[in-house]
Unconditional design. Sequence first.
Length: 217
Amino acid sequence: MARMNSIIEGSSARPPMTVGFDLDMTLADGRPGIKAVLDRLAAETGVSIDSDLAITRVGPPIEEELAHWFEAAEVKAAADRYRALFPEFGAPVGTVLPGALEAIAAVRGRGGRAVVVTGKFESNARLNLASLGIEVDEVFGSVFADRKGAVLLEQEASVYVGDHLGDIKGARAGDALAVAVATGPYSADELRAAGADAVLNDLTEFPAWLDGHLAGV
């Protein structure tokens, strides 16, 4: 059963509520930046990459995507170069998704902590968040699916919000409620079928959901 952390302002007896958020396609649409970096990488290496197709599969660490385009022995070097290019060509590009800032504010306004747990390389995730003006309490990168669970457990997160089926797996592995938003590659029906505890159209619905969750509704 997912943890139900209580919020008691001013009390040091219990930890504050912690809510984890995925980054790409949950808080922000980083696809234009990812596409720009992939196009740059293709130009440098001479390897043909269909970046329009690649950005439909955002979520897992970049190695999984690059494995579609590079020989196995070349994937690590390609991923290293991708990450080196990202600060200049990827981090400054993207948009904050509707309700993202308000969702983070809702967590903090109720005495909680908002942390980002993402498959994106951590330093690049931090740059991406800063460029978009998204402020959170902690950022943890290079984790996906079940591996997100270890971070969620360590942070004592009671809720994890994401858009990918891997995010639902991560929430389960972290003993957290899986809240899914249909702003990524999966429909609301697909997210429900995958076992999400709650499915929202987007993060504009999150503050009301959080109030209901905390009230035990």
